[in-house]
Design a protein around this ligand. Structure first.
Ligand code: SP5
Ligand code: ZN
Length: 361
């Protein structure tokens, strides 16, 4: 199986995230992708593959151009701004003011401010996604990882793995957050949809709901979004992921959420997965994109499920049994010690089933 990877993810390495006002060590760190790469390369079933550039057009098909411009210019502007008067300039940029929708209720849309401290609160929706000097280049490199992997899917590879970092599924069209900058699974799904014209399904198995991906495809029937995740009533990202969110307009019925309780174990997880897979199969997609998060793992430090390593093999196997060409895009997973093996087991489970090549059209 090809493993598309680019070392430039190392450039995005914020040291702290702010959780409820408490600065803590960043969970989403370069060591994650390094651990996954190392665990896969130990196994001859996987071959490391480099990416090639796809330019900015596939990104702006999904994301607001203003957000792309912001991410490109943010660090330079912060450096030039001199930071907070009387304080040393921070090593990373996190907003202190975020555009809450109620602030402008009844007053029309907000305008993008001109200064960097206003702009970051215009584009970022939370406090756990610091920007550093190398963030934009890392995000662009990961776009090319996802799109180069998508090219392999289009050329007939049954299963391809895109080792993207940072993750992407919490970034909607016009904002970023949740450790995410660009939404790689969405960019790849839109690209696959354009190149193949068939319907694309996205199956999101990260512990957290992929609010960004849901938002991007909420009003279209071209891409089906299906997610299993912690119930937003108790878990991040709190404001999306409810079971009654099923899409709108022509996208009605093309979004499906399966919220799950704390301590969800293998049995409950796999039973819910079977429901989700039956739904996907019933919609006859041509291609499948998997947003693969391993933070459902029992030992994950920021999550509360009890899914085991053995179950990851089984999940991969059941997903591959859909018999669709499959692009697997890396999302979350923070137990770095076991992360590489968990990804490997998931992908080996998928490889244990023979998948179909891209159908001619
Ligand atoms: C892609 C991905 O997995 N993003 C996850 C972003 C979640 N960030 C941390 C959420 C922490 C919730 N706060 C817990 C409050 C104190 N226990
Ligand atoms: Zn997650």
């Amino acid at each position: 199986m090809p493993v598309v990877y680019d070392d430039r993810h190392h450039g995005h390495d914020p040291t702290v995230e702010v959780q409820c006002g408490v600065p803590i060590a960043m969970f989403e760190a370069p060591a994650r992708a390094d651990a996954i790469r190392d665990a896969l390369l130990e196994d001859p079933a996987f071959e490391l593959t480099s990416s090639r550039s796809h330019g900015a057009a596939p990104v702006t098909k999904v994301h607001d151009e203003g957000m792309v411009r912001f991410l490109q210019s943010a660090w330079g502007e912060w450096e030039r701004s001199g930071g907070i008067p009387g304080s040393p300039r921070s090593e990373e940029l996190i907003p202190d003011t975020v555009l809450h929708p109620a602030l402008r209720e009844g007053m029309g849309p907000a305008r993008e401010p001109t200064g960097i401290t206003g702009r970051i609160g215009f584009w970022c929706w939370e406090t756990m996604t610091g920007l550093v000097a190398g963030s934009f280049d890392a995000a662009c490199a990961a776009v090319d990882v996802a799109l180069s992997a998508a090219d392999l899917t289009l050329s007939g590879r049954p299963i391809t793995y895109a080792l993207t970092r940072p993750p992407g599924h919490h970034s909607p069209r016009a904002a970023f957050g949740g450790y995410c900058l660009f939404n790689f699974a969405s960019i790849a799904a839109a690209y696959l949809r354009d190149q193949s014209e068939g319907r694309v399904a996205i199956l999101d198995v990260d512990y957290h709901h992929g609010n960004g991906t849901q938002q991007i495809f909420y009003q279209t029937d071209a891409v089906l979004y299906v997610s299993l995740h912690a119930d937003p009533a108790r878990a991040y990202p709190y404001f999306a992921g409810w079971a009654d969110e099923v899409g709108s307009g022509i996208g009605s019925d093309w979004n499906r959420n399966y919220p799950l309780p704390a301590a969800c174990d293998d049995e409950q997880y796999l039973a819910t997965l079977d429901e989700a897979l039956a739904l996907v199969a019933g919609r006859n997609p041509e291609l499948l994109v998997v947003s693969l998060g391993l933070d459902t793992y029992a030992r994950d430090p920021i999550a509360d499920f009890n899914v085991t390593t053995d179950a990851f093999f089984e999940v991969g196997k059941r997903v591959a049994a859909l018999d669709l060409p499959m692009l697997v895009v890396q999302e979350g997973g923070y137990c770095v010690e076991d992360l590489g093996n968990n990804v490997r087991q998931w992908l080996l489970g998928a490889l244990s089933v023979s998948a179909a090549p891209v159908r001619a059209h």
